[in-house]
Design a protein around this ligand. Structure first.
Ligand code: ARG
Length: 457
């Protein structure tokens, strides 16, 4: 009864659900590079004639120029970037276009294209992370001596230097870069020539196409090669981890920019106002970096969930691999650029940071350590004595260094005037000169090493 309507309906929906061209057109450069390498190999192996290969190569160059100039036309009927380019090739050079797909399937084609794309994405992220590290190192060098409270449980713990705090993020970015670099090495094997799933009977040369496309070697198992998306998941894992780090820094910027903290002032360029509250200066960029990290993690989970139940080899589910990778990449690139810009331009309110370090009795550990070192008191007892001194300073509304000697001696007679050498926040940070500690000399040494690593001399 409704068959007529239904017969048309599902066909349109089928086309819509099946088409990946709206997103996989982003692979056009990689697709053309892969096809050119493939056809050159086919000619070298005598599988297609030199004349056909030349016509195909020239046609692909022309299509690349068209895509570059006008973008990729989005014809859903042509399903994906691979079919769209091949269809256009037929328009441009005629029937010889049909020889391009010899000894190839879209399964090894898309696996190759996507690896090439992810490889480029890794290189772009690496550059972004390096710029971020340079910004951190530059600001850390300005603030190797700037004292701020260090926190545990978000409670004032011990004074640290701002340079030390910023260099903590340099270290995170260093590990993030090594994760991307590691993923790049592992993924750099070429699936092209695996064909649909079983390989091909044509006398192809997989070493040649792998080398032409900058891969280290061809993949070793055709079933694995067409159904492996580890490389994309590796990329997303590294992206999620890097975004997580950016998000922690973003959260700190949000906190530090709040009025009760007042540790930083964001420049106009990275702040937004409120349409109703005229006094507002909101850290939206930092909030969005924090928010984007959640979406990037979601992309990782999306692809892992897509892949986890797929039998070998290719299933169309795998077409859904691209949107989460593209999305995560765009979000990460934007987050990195925004965070780098914020770090470069944020102003640190040194007097507020120092005052907060003093107000939080952050040198209480220094007092306890002094009681152990100089007065030879067991640490547990020293801890108790210091606790009393903190309680007194709290009730007197002053810092530990402002307590008069008589008051300290009333708590414990073994305290003498030398204790005042360790109570200032500057003395506290200077004392923490163990390797990797917060002492300015240590921070400067780490910055010098980082500058060398970054090629800044
Ligand atoms: N657009 C497809 C994808 O991205 C290409 C591979 C299609 N292969 C197939 N056998 N239908 O996964």
């Amino acid at each position: 009864m409704w068959g007529g309507r239904f017969a048309e309906g599902p066909a349109a929906v089928m086309r819509e659900i099946n088409a990946s061209i709206p997103f996989d057109k982003r692979l056009w450069r990689q697709d053309i590079a892969g096809s050119k390498a493939h056809v050159a190999m086919l000619a070298a192996q005598g599988i297609v004639t030199a004349a056909d290969a030349d016509a195909i190569g020239a046609g692909l160059d022309r299509i690349a120029a068209e895509y570059e100039a006008d973008g990729v036309p989005e014809d859903l009927a042509l399903e994906d970037i691979h079919m769209a380019t091949e269809a256009r090739l037929k328009d441009v050079i005629g029937d010889a276009a049909g020889r391009l797909h010899t000894a190839r399937s879209r399964n090894d084609q898309v696996a190759t294209d996507f690896r090439l794309w992810v490889r480029d994405a890794i290189d772009a992220v690496e550059a972004g992370l390096e710029a971020f590290q340079k910004a951190l190192v530059a600001r850390a060098a300005e603030h190797a001596d700037t004292v701020m409270p260090g926190f545990t449980h978000l409670q004032s713990a011990q004074p640290v230097t701002l340079g030390h705090h910023l260099m903590a993020y340099y270290e995170m970015a260093r590990r993030d870069r090594s994760r991307f670099a590691d993923a790049r090495v592992r993924m750099n094997e070429c699936p092209l020539g695996s064909a649909a799933l079983a390989g091909t009977g044509f006398p192809i040369d997989r070493q040649a196409t792998a080398a032409a496309l900058g891969f280290d070697r061809p993949t070793a198992n055709s079933l694995d090669a067409v159904s492996d998306r580890d490389f994309a998941i590796d990329y997303l894992m590294a992206a999620a981890q890097a975004a997580l780090h950016l998000s922690r820094l973003a959260e700190e910027i949000v906190l530090w920019a709040s009025q009760p903290f007042g540790f930083v002032a964001l420049p106009d360029a990275y702040s937004t106002g409120s349409s109703i509250m005229p006094q507002k200066r909101n850290p939206d960029a930092a909030e969005l970096v924090r928010g984007h990290a959640g979406r990037i993690q979601g992309c990782l989970v999306a692809l892992m969930t897509t892949m986890k139940g797929l039998p070998l080899a290719y299933s169309k589910d795998m077409q859904d691999d691209k949107p989460p990778v593209f999305e995560a990449h765009d979000l990460l690139a934007l987050s990195l650029a925004a965070m780098t810009g914020m770090i470069e331009t944020i102003s640190f309110r040194q007097e507020r940071m120092r005052a907060a370090a003093e107000a939080g009795f952050a040198t209480a550990t220094d007092l306890a350590d002094w009681l152990v070192r100089v007065a030879d008191i067991p640490f547990r007892e020293a801890h108790e004595i210091t606790g009393k001194a903190v309680r007194l300073a709290e009730s007197e509304r002053c810092g530990l260094a402002q307590l008069p000697l008589e008051a300290l001696q009333a708590i414990d007679g073994r305290i003498d005037e030398r204790v005042y050498q360790v109570l200032p926040v500057e003395a506290s940070v200077a004392a923490r000169a163990s390797f990797g500690g917060t002492a300015p000399e240590q921070v400067r040494a780490r910055i010098a090493e980082a500058r060398t690593t970054l090629g800044l001399g």
